[in-house]
Design a protein around this ligand. Structure first.
Ligand code: NAP
Length: 248
């Protein structure tokens, strides 16, 4: 591919954790990656790591729960680069609480950041992808969206909702050569799980057949495949990368 034909990818939540590794993997495959998140310093650090490894990246400071601003940022990428090929919706938060005690705000915050933002992003990305007659969308779900998790009713609802959204999108866009899939991580060692009490961490390892936490790179490998040229016949799938936790 020539310089003008370099595929353009957006990765949200690319400032740290799983998103930073996804961005490095996609950049390593020769795509230009637009790194989105709120923390500009951390985005700049990831960009510099990508460039030091010979890759191409740019940054955009975006709050995905500001839906209008987020959609505008995505449209801007299409305008700046004249194309948009890959969208990875990875940004996410938790606001854990038992349902009996969960506030409306805790529920709404998680739905807004983890689910509605993804709808808004996909809608904004589809036009440039359709113009390019090619697209790869990967939404980062969770095993909680498959099997539920005590204390995560809001999060599990958002992540289960992502599956319905992604599969509908996969059906709507199949004729346009745009694929849409979900990667559902199990317990992965990042800031998100670092705050869990030791007892919860031990419980997580105990229900994981491979007997350990996963690493962000292991999620990035799955997303790298699903965004590759070779993955053109894979759509509407949920790939659990969870150490075997949800195997049946
Ligand atoms: P993390 O370490 O907490 O990182 C979260 C990322 O999302 C950060 O880059 C953060 O960037 C970004 N983010 C959060 N809210 C945002 C907002 N409003 N606007 C823009 N960016 C926002 O989490 P992680 O473990 O890497 O998780 C990444 C994804 O994997 C999430 O969707 C999560 O639900 C999913 N997941 C994680 C695990 C796990 O065990 N870690 C398991 C299953 C699923 P800023 O703070 O800079 O904005």
């Amino acid at each position: 591919m020539s310089q003008e034909e370099t595929r353009i990818a957006i990765v949200t939540g690319a400032s740290r954790g799983i998103g930073a590794e996804i961005a490095k993997t996609i950049a390593g495959a020769g795509r230009h990656v637009v790194l989105m998140a709120r923390n500009e310093d951390k985005l700049a650090q990831v960009k510099s790591e990508i460039e030091s490894a010979g890759g191409a990246a740019s940054t955009a400071s975006v709050d995905v729960s500001d839906h209008a601003g987020f959609a505008e940022a995505i449209e801007q990428v299409g305008k700046t680069h004249g194309r948009l090929d890959i969208l990875v919706n990875n940004a996410g938060i938790t606001r854990d609480n038992l349902l009996l005690r969960m506030t409306d705000e805790e529920f709404d915050d998680v739905i807004s950041t983890n689910l509605k933002s993804v709808f808004v992003a996909c809608r904004a990305a589809l036009r440039p992808m359709m113009r390019g007659k090619w697209g790869r969308i990967v939404n980062v779900g969770s095993v909680s969206g498959l099997i539920g998790n005590a204390g995560q009713g809001n999060y599990a609802a958002a992540k289960a909702g992502l599956i319905g959204l992604t599969r509908s999108l996969a059906r709507e866009m199949a004729s346009k050569r745009i694929t849409a899939n979900v990667v559902a991580p199990g317990f992965i060692a990042t800031d998100m799980t670092d705050v869990l009490p030791d007892q919860v961490k031990q419980g997580a390892v105990a229900i994981t057949p491979l007997g350990r936490f996963g690493q962000p790179e292991e999620i990035a490998g799955a997303v790298g495949y699903l965004t590759s040229e070779q993955a053109g016949f894979v759509t509407g799938q949920v790939l659990a990368v969870d150490g075997g936790m949800t195997m049946c």
